[in-house]
Write a protein that binds this ligand. Structure first.
Ligand SMILES: [Zn+2]
Length: 148
């Protein structure tokens, strides 16, 4: 398998094979944006920030997405974990490298996603988010979103 080495367009650091993800620059971008969003719960905010500043790739972090960013929301199932909905994410994830803009951009608009409502327990929310981050998002690349 061939590999391609890239250099960060911002800091000129040599990047990992086949990746445009520059840890220090992406971390700085996330930190500069910390004051622009909040879930309203400090523990959840801190958890999301932790995933962002420790991400090693564009699909390894969580972000706060307001409910208004979804359309076609339909309840599909009620389980012991919570209520499951299907929906379309209007913008989609910023996971495509744009060589002209030199940044990750959203190119999958109206992406079909699953939303899970867990109720108002912050502890349960963080437990489930952590599970999905480790076992679903990272290894199966599903588009599952937990809503509180
Ligand atoms: Zn960089």
């Amino acid at each position: 398998m061939s590999s391609t080495r890239h250099y960060c367009p911002e800091c000129d650091q040599r990047l990992r094979d086949n990746s445009w993800w520059c840890n220090p620059c992406q971390r700085r971008h996330f930190e500069e944006n910390f004051d622009n969003w909040s879930t309203g719960d400090k523990d959840i905010d801190d958890f999301l920030k932790h995933t962002q500043i420790n991400a090693q790739e564009c699909d390894q972090y969580l972000e706060w997405i307001p409910f208004s960013a979804f359309i076609n929301v339909n309840k599909s199932e009620i389980s012991e974990v919570g209520t499951l909905f299907s929906a379309n994410w209007i913008r989609g994830p910023s996971d495509t490298w744009d060589p002209v803009e030199s940044e990750y951009v959203a190119k999958r608009s109206l992406l079909k996603v699953a939303l899970i409502s867990l109720g108002s327990s912050t502890l349960l929310f963080l437990k489930e988010v952590n599970f999905f981050l480790i076992f679903i998002v990272r290894f199966f690349l599903c588009n599952v979103f937990l809503i509180n």
